[in-house]
Design a protein around this ligand. Structure first.
Ligand SMILES: *[C@@H]1O[C@H](CO)[C@@H](O)[C@H](O)[C@H]1NC(C)=O
Ligand SMILES: *[C@@H]1O[C@H](CO)[C@@H](O)[C@H](O)[C@H]1NC(C)=O
Ligand SMILES: *[C@@H]1O[C@H](CO)[C@@H](O)[C@H](O)[C@H]1NC(C)=O
Ligand SMILES: *[C@@H]1O[C@H](CO)[C@@H](O)[C@H](O)[C@H]1NC(C)=O
Ligand SMILES: *[C@@H]1O[C@H](CO)[C@@H](O)[C@H](O)[C@H]1NC(C)=O
Ligand SMILES: *[C@@H]1O[C@H](CO)[C@@H](O)[C@H](O)[C@H]1NC(C)=O
Length: 485
């Protein structure tokens, strides 16, 4: 039985000797409901086998005690059933139960976009050496001196972003060893994460840090200590509304801390059981995108829940936000766009997404329609009310896939109505810079293939948009029509 083998292998030789394979087969049966459910764990198990070949063990499950003989653990959608024979009080069985409940070793998970480890017990964090010690006494079963390395930023697989993230080591040690003594005891759990990678880009801030941080720490209802590695004060100042809503305590700048902070449990890294950007897969996470948007609503006191519904004879105008950009992908005829929208009956606000996020979130939330050229500023759609309309203007250069992945698809999970307006070559300022027969104009896909930097330097950085208001008009009319329903 393949699962028995995996299970047996997932204990150290020491434990196997004590308990014997027979005891495992009788006492413990891991039933993995279906292959797809099990799949998230296959990654770590492969890693695990490699680690085991050097003679160490790790427990791959997490269990909560129940009175029934069946214990079911739900670790963010990964269901693992463990049958424990409650009537059996043999020393082996007691030890199995102890191992399960003590959880002295970290539960590490590798996902496509993140690595994170959950630890419980006597956890000591030494910031200046980037070590997390998992301390255990002689009687607890532990993979002594085994260490796990982790870069706590949820964009695994992106070599460039990850290369800037500080690496942390988790190490299982016995208390009889010379373990650093606590200089500060905390009674609440901690979450350790990095502000490196692409932090500072509004889109990446949400997709790589804020949403994963929400998924990791919301469960603690504020009673959690954030330990920040690769800290930037400006980032903390910018998002303090969100950080304050997730944690009742000031974050600790852990890299510059000479002390030893002790916790009953620490999560190193952030959870993100999905590849998609700006999304939450409710099948795999306890929370949904609706929970996240409700959370933002309370962090920034956003009180408009739903977009306006226009009824005949009513005089209240729907509000349109024209999101502008200054340096790249600028609307060159912003005045004309505003004029068109006003003539169709919108109340119009045209502004750039910058500065005070709390103020800006309020402005976005007050609108019923948001339009803007593809770019990080569009991340602000997270603040729109339900049923609002989001119009993404896609610049020239075959970047529909980016537009769709980054904002189009995610907006559907946010309960928004999505329209995509692809500009024609005549609406792009690229034709003023490059002759029509040039490679750049004729073969954008070939340029994409040549590399991201080359592609970006032209289509994203050199292009402005002169919207053909006559061609765009039907899109705004469609938006109006939707608001009437
Ligand atoms: C549980 O353990 C008891 C005592 O060791 C044994 O008699 C019984 O058969 C076991 N039940 C199962 C389902 O294995
Ligand atoms: C070792 O740890 C276990 C579980 O935390 C505890 O029950 C036990 O009393 C400890 N033993 C000693 C000698 O401290
Ligand atoms: C773990 O490390 C300590 C301190 O370096 C050492 O004394 C001990 O023998 C090591 N244990 C194993 C199993 O290698
Ligand atoms: C932290 O707790 C441990 C164990 O209870 C105790 O020995 C130690 O003195 C405490 N350290 C501080 C700084 O309070
Ligand atoms: C880290 O801090 C400890 C005190 O907790 C100190 O003894 C040690 O020298 C420091 N290490 C470095 C590399 O700064
Ligand atoms: C940001 O705006 C909010 C609401 O308008 C205000 O309360 C807060 O003081 C502003 N923060 C900064 C740093 O200007």
């Amino acid at each position: 039985m393949v699962y028995d083998t995996i299970l047996a292998r997932s204990f150290s030789r020491y434990e196997q000797k004590r308990l014997g394979y027979g005891a495992f087969a009788v006492c413990l049966l891991i039933i993995l409901s279906i292959y797809t459910v099990f799949k998230p764990y296959l990654g770590p198990i492969h890693d695990l086998n490699l680690k085991l070949s050097v003679g160490v063990g790790i427990k791959m499950f997490m269990v909560s005690e129940t009175s029934s003989s069946q214990q079911i653990a739900k670790v963010e959608g990964v269901v693992t059933k463990i049958l424990v024979n409650e009537t059996n009080t043999s020393p082996q069985m007691v030890q199995v139960k102890q191992m399960i409940t003590n959880k002295v070793e970290p539960l590490c998970t590798s996902e496509e976009r993140t690595d994170f480890c959950e630890t419980n017990g006597d956890i000591r964090v030494q910031g200046n050496s980037s070590y997390v010690y998992i301390v255990s006494n002689e009687t607890s079963i532990i993979a002594e001196n085994m260490s796990w390395r982790i870069r706590p930023y949820a964009r695994r697989g992106d070599g460039f972003a990850m290369s800037h993230v500080r690496e942390w080591s988790l190490m299982a040690v016995k208390s009889s060893q010379n373990v650093p003594q606590c200089t500060r005891n905390h009674s609440i759990p901690a979450v350790l994460f990095s502000l490196s990678g692409y932090a500072g880009n509004h889109f990446h801030d949400f997709t790589d840090i804020i949403i994963p941080l929400f998924l990791t720490s919301r469960q603690f209802n504020g009673e959690v200590q954030f330990l920040i590695t690769d800290k930037h004060s400006w980032w903390i100042a910018k998002y303090h509304g969100i950080l304050n809503e997730l944690s009742n305590y000031e974050p600790i700048d852990i890299d510059r801390d000479d002390g030893i902070h002790c916790f009953p449990s620490v999560i190193v890294g952030l959870k993100r059981y999905h590849r998609r950007e700006l999304s939450i897969d409710p099948q795999k996470h306890f929370y949904s995108m609706k929970d996240f948007r409700d959370f933002l609503g309370s962090a920034y006191s956003l009180n408009k829940v739903k977009a306006i519904r226009i009824r005949n004879g009513q005089h209240k105008k729907p509000k349109l936000l024209v999101l502008t950009r200054k340096r790249t992908r600028t609307f060159t005829n912003r005045g004309e766009i505003v004029k068109l929208a006003k003539s169709l009956g919108f109340k119009v606000v045209a502004m750039e997404a910058n500065g005070n996020i709390s103020r800006f979130a309020g402005i976005v939330n007050s609108c019923d329609v948001l339009m803007g050229v593809h770019g990080a500023g569009l991340t602000n759609i997270v603040f729109l009310p339900d049923n609002a309309i989001f119009i993404q203007i896609v610049p020239y250069g075959g970047i529909e896939w980016l537009a769709t992945n980054d904002f189009g698809e995610p907006s559907r999970d946010m309960n928004l109505n999505y329209f995509e307006y692809k500009i024609r070559l005549e609406e792009s300022t690229l034709i003023q810079q490059y002759p029509l027969d040039r490679f750049i104009i004729k073969e954008p896909f070939a340029v994409q293939k040549a590399g991201w930097e080359a592609f970006r330097s032209v289509y994203l950085d050199k292009q402005n948009v002169m919207l053909d208001v006559n061609r765009f008009r039907p899109t705004l009319l469609k938006a109006l029509e939707l608001l009437h329903q």
